[in-house]
Design a protein around this ligand. Structure first.
Ligand code: TRP
Length: 428
């Protein structure tokens, strides 16, 4: 999801204006060219950047996007209905925004079916740890709710947006699939597909793409995504490809005989424009609007002004990095919220909010008590930057090591199973 290097936005169009669209108002979008206050944050499917050390202002983003904050009330309802504590990504505000998640909880309460949908644009051979976030969430949701999950690999998207041959992006999709499978999804309940192979095998998907394409005008995609007159037509029609899996009839082999089934999409918030469009179209095609859980971005090692990027080797910890590389990268590049000298640090304390080593712990250290101890010791100056980095390395290294083991242990048959067109287990 290294959007930074793939400008999909027409020159001269302020990407920010594109986000000012709530899904109920697609028709009123003035081609996305109207300037709006942006306060330095850029978030769209191809660009994520902030001028602020603490990164994107997510509360403002919620307002701009017209989504809802994941608040205490929603969390309490979630815990009541599932009988489980919410994931630490939710507790810590890493997943911070949603659309219609209450409806999903109501379905759960009523014992009615729904499914999960997420995806990845395979733009590089190796994933970095930031890419794990939506997939960890999807896995946890799948376990909690016991529902099917579909994972779309948009090799077509990456071929259209990047200098990647069709054949190359298909290969990347398979490589990425292994990393995703290594996270530990249940093959009985998970279907993975890459567009280049699947669309030809599944007439229902193509039919839904065209149904969606019939509902959205060029003006509307210009407003939502900032496409311009000189963008290739592949980009202009692509949003329908990412929208189609949110309609359950795209997968007749999973949902055969079922009425339209609700869909819940965990994703990074930069993907929201696709699903605003999808939510606008779905009811017109007789489907419920998809629900969404939005995550924030994983900061680049250099700090929260940008996110980890697959195209910048030093910005991220990759799942292919050796233990030594991880240690060196974190020690050398992880932006520090500490003070210039030890004396000053002891006296004044550090700032965990901008400290990337602390952010690594916030994402990957599950123990709340331990995290709070570290945070408070850092603020008080008891814990030094070097010590904090050591803790981050101790937490991140085994995650990557375990991942590499799991990936290595995958057989071709085990991978093929996920791609097989087949029915999936439903709890309900
Ligand atoms: N466009 C996404 C990317 O570049 C990939 C994707 C496809 C996706 N379908 C999705 C992401 C659904 C989240 C949810 O990474």
């Amino acid at each position: 999801m290294d959007k930074t290097e793939s400008p999909g936005v027409a020159e001269g169009v302020d990407a920010l204006t594109l986000n000012n669209v709530s899904d109920e108002k697609l028709d009123k979008v003035p081609n996305g060219v109207e300037a709006t206050e942006n306060e330095g944050d850029v978030v769209d499917p191809w660009n994520v950047a902030s001028t602020n050390d603490e990164g994107i202002d997510y509360d403002k983003l919620i307002k701009r996007f017209g989504s809802s904050k994941i608040d205490e009330e929603l969390i309490a309802r979630f815990e009541k209905i599932t009988g489980k504590q919410v994931h630490h990504f939710i507790r810590r505000g890493i997943f911070f925004s949603h659309r219609d998640f209450h409806s999903i909880l109501t379905l759960k309460e009523q014992g009615r079916p729904f499914y999960l949908y997420t995806g990845r644009g395979p733009s590089s051979g190796s994933l970095h740890i930031g890419h794990l976030i939506p997939f960890y969430m999807a896995k946890w949701l799948q376990e909690i709710f016991d529902v099917p999950l579909v994972i779309q690999l948009t090799d077509d998207e990456k071929s259209l947006w990047k200098d990647l041959k069709v054949e190359e992006s298909i290969k990347l999709a398979y490589e990425n699939a292994k990393d995703i499978i290594a996270i530990g999804f249940d093959p009985e309940k998970t279907f993975i597909f890459n567009d280049f192979d699947f669309i030809g095998k599944c007439p229902a998907m193509y039919q839904n793409m065209v149904r969606i394409q019939k509902c959205v005008t060029f003006n509307q995609v210009k407003g939502i995504f900032g496409f311009g007159d000189s963008d290739i037509i592949g980009k202009i029609s692509f949003p329908a490809v990412q929208a189609a899996p949110a309609l359950s009839s795209t997968f007749p082999f999973i949902f055969k005989g079922k009425k339209p089934v609700h869909c819940l999409i965990p994703c990074a918030i930069d993907q929201d424009p696709y699903f605003r469009m999808t939510r606008d179209v779905a009811p017109r095609l007789g489907f419920p609007k998809c629900a969404l859980l939005h995550s924030s971005f994983f900061p680049a090692l250099q700090g929260a002004k940008s996110k980890m990027s697959a195209s910048d080797n030093n910005s991220a910890v990759f799942l292919t990095d050796t233990q030594k590389q991880i240690k060196n990268k974190i020690n050398k590049y992880a932006f520090s919220g500490g003070r210039a000298t030890v004396e000053e640090h002891r006296k004044l304390g550090g700032n965990p909010d901008v400290d990337v080593a602390f952010q690594l712990l916030k994402f990957f250290l599950e123990d709340d008590t331990k995290l709070e101890e570290v945070r408070s010791a850092y603020i008080k100056g008891e814990l030094l930057t070097g010590e904090l980095k050591k803790l981050a390395i101790e937490v991140v290294s085994p995650i990557v090591e375990e991942h590499q083991k799991a990936r290595k242990a995958l057989t071709d048959e085990a991978v093929a199973k996920f791609f097989e067109i087949r029915s999936l287990k439903f709890a309900q």
